[in-house]
Write a protein that binds this ligand. Sequence first.
Ligand SMILES: [Zn+2]
Length: 294
Amino acid sequence: MKIGLVTYTPEKVDGFDLHVYYSKRADGSVFPAAKEMQNDITCFCDAKAIREDPSIVAVSKNGLALRNNRKINVPFDFVCPTNPEYREKVLDYVEGLSRENVEGVTLNLYHFPEEEFCVCPRCVELWRQSGLNWTEWRAQEITGFLREARSLVKGAFAVEMFPDPVLAKERFGIDFDHIAELVDYFHVPLSSRDYLTNYWADTLARDFLKTLKKPVVVELSAEMPTDEKLDALLKTVAYLSRHKLMSVLLLVHDSANAKQVCRYAVHKGDFREWLKKCEFTEMMRIVDNWAKLY
Ligand SMILES: [Zn+2]
């Protein structure tokens, strides 16, 4: 199993095999390509673009796909995925990044906000013309967008998803089987403020490994300020290392944060003894490597 980072700063850190950088983010900020890294692009969540042109937001019978709409529960503000101008803008950005010396491109939030979206006049018209049912039409739109993006990317191509292995197609238009034909791997974020309770991370990792027909990487949040939380995080990584994951990725603010995790694993508490006692051989190999560096 590889160990990697997801980060907000375009810098690689020793001791990690895979580096994912957020180059286009949900608040609308856009950054130059991070060289020799996997660049993560937020597609249809763009708070800034919606502020500038509110007509591009996705629509439902419960109102708009905005965080401040209390009738729904969405974590970001979503642009309608069939908006041709906005789609073009995202694809232009994907194409521009791919011309740089990047490792590859990961797409994030490339789907509908929820099952009841989007019923803007354009989406309703496209759905009618398609002759498909609601679920199939929405899935076809999203897979079509990913196919177009994929054709622009030279390196590794991956997608993130909301971590729902059961209802992804109905809710978001994410059709795992068709998307598997396009991607090199799937990136499953299992974000949390802490992993003091971790059975759900283990369960979802198993479910996704069984469901997805391509390699899987799992992302855990590692912006942990306390020893107790770092300990729980590292033990969760150890349990995940027993599955057939391609990689576990740790979400950090920057390289100092990443090194803090490594130093804790190497020096603090009885973590290395615990790994040995419980025979986590794969995780021991990773921490032994960190011990040479930190
Ligand atoms: Zn729409």
